[in-house]
Design a protein around this ligand. Structure first.
Ligand code: GLA
Length: 396
């Protein structure tokens, strides 16, 4: 399935770096969609993402120096990070995710060598589908592979690469993200979603059997880059929330998601700041929703699953407040189409995509109608992708 794309990328690689194609290796890592469990990975909650077949692939070749020479098929220029002064790469215009991952791998004892890298991505940037996690994970498997690691396909390794990717976000990119995106990109499995306990990293694959339905992602085309500062703001709010609940309950839990709905009903009202109270309510109830939603999906009850997605959307919209006009307009337009069982914004929010469960026979009408009505309301021309669920990071 990759042959054509690999050929095209290899041609560009040789154009850019010279040499021939024989010693180029290829790696891939996907973006993800989160079915449910939003903004709770960093609270030790359960999340339920799946890897997409939309991915980043990278062509790489070892060099004899200590430089990462990085380029992308959709970007002008060459970006260089020096492995011996890796911190300097924080200032790169592009390539700091890769450099951040290189730093994390070196910290883990990998003896990295210089290399030439050409990235080719098909995940729309800023769409909330984890294009950055995909860059991190493809870089991790590629650099570890080039360093001679023959075990990059092992789950324990992939999970560690996910943690390395998260470390790159924290230490190189100032985004204090959770582990969900990197985990999904590392550990994705074709036609399965992953139920992940973000506090222990225990996970279980759940087959995605959708019968007469498809998952359609509706991209608002409102890029969510601006949201990053709000993202860190939400993280601080829930930290305050945890301290408050620990104080009022005397329970001293490590994670907000260690609290149950019953606990929230008992102690939630003691939280005096209404904003903090709303954030805490979302986190605790969203975690409970994930636990309910997964068996419902496993039993094939898509209708109930769809209703839970809508309840989750209300919560992220009104309690966690990370949607915004575009996501709200898209969600509202989707609900007007017969054949839609449920919808929910997916990812960090502030733009990006709404995920919809749509009857196969209504998919064309859905895309045409929602597209037209959304554009009329917002002036933005949306895009739609029928989800296909693929594998995690690997050599291809
Ligand atoms: C972003 C972060 C994830 C997660 C989601 C919201 O995608 O990278 O860790 O917090 O937002 O669920």
């Amino acid at each position: 399935m990759y042959e054509e794309r690999k050929n095209t990328v290899a041609d560009k690689f040789v154009e850019l770096f010279g040499g021939d194609k024989s010693d180029i290796r290829f790696f891939a890592a996907p973006g993800r969609v989160n079915l449910i469990g939003e903004h709770i990975d960093y609270c030790g909650g359960y999340v339920f993402p799946a890897a997409l077949t939309l991915d980043n692939i990278v062509a790489v070749r070892k060099t004899n120096d200590r430089k990462l020479k990085m380029a992308a098929t959709d970007l002008e220029g060459l970006f260089i990070a020096d492995l011996d002064n890796i911190e300097d790469a924080k200032n790169l215009k592009w390539g700091n995710y890769q450099a951040g991952v290189a730093k994390e791998l070196m910290d883990r004892g990998y003896e990295l060598t210089g290399c030439e890298m050409l990235m080719d991505g098909i995940i729309p940037f800023g769409s909330g589908l984890s294009s950055s996690a995909s860059i991190e994970l493809v870089t991790a498997v590629a650099l570890a592979g080039l360093a001679g690691d023959t075990e990059i396909a092992k789950p324990e390794k992939l999970i560690d690469f996910a943690v390395a990717g998260q470390g790159a976000e924290h230490n190189f990119c100032n985004v204090n993200c959770g582990i969900m995106d990197q985990f999904a990109s590392a550990m994705g499995k074709k036609d399965h979603a992953i139920l992940l306990n973000c506090s222990t990293l225990e996970y279980k694959y759940v087959p995605l059997q959708l019968g007469d339905y498809v998952l359609i992602l509706a991209n608002t085309k409102k890029k969510h880059k601006l949201g990053e500062s709000k993202y860190n703001e939400r993280r601080s709010e829930v930290e305050i929330g945890l301290k408050e609940l620990n104080k009022f309950s005397g329970m001293n839990k490590e994670n907000l998601c260690d609290y149950t709905e019953e606990d929230f009903n008992k102690y939630g009202a003691d939280i005096s700041d209404p904003i903090i109270r709303k954030r805490v309510e979302h986190v605790i109830l969203e975690n409970e929703r994930v636990k309910k939603a997964v068996p419902v999906l496993e039993s094939g009850d898509l209708e109930s699953f769809g209703k839970i997605l809508c309840a989750a959307n209300d919560s992220i919209r009104y309690l966690y407040e990370v949607t915004g006009d575009e996501l709200d307009a898209m969600w509202e337009e989707a609900q007007k189409i017969p054949g839609v069982l449920g919808s929910r914004m997916t990812g960090a929010g502030f733009g990006g995509c709404v995920l919809n469960i749509v009857k196969k026979s209504a998919a064309d009408e859905f895309i045409a109608e929602v597209g037209k009505n959304y554009e009329a309301r917002t002036g933005l021309h949306p895009e739609f992708y029928v989800c296909s669920i693929g594998d995690g990071a690997r050599e291809i």
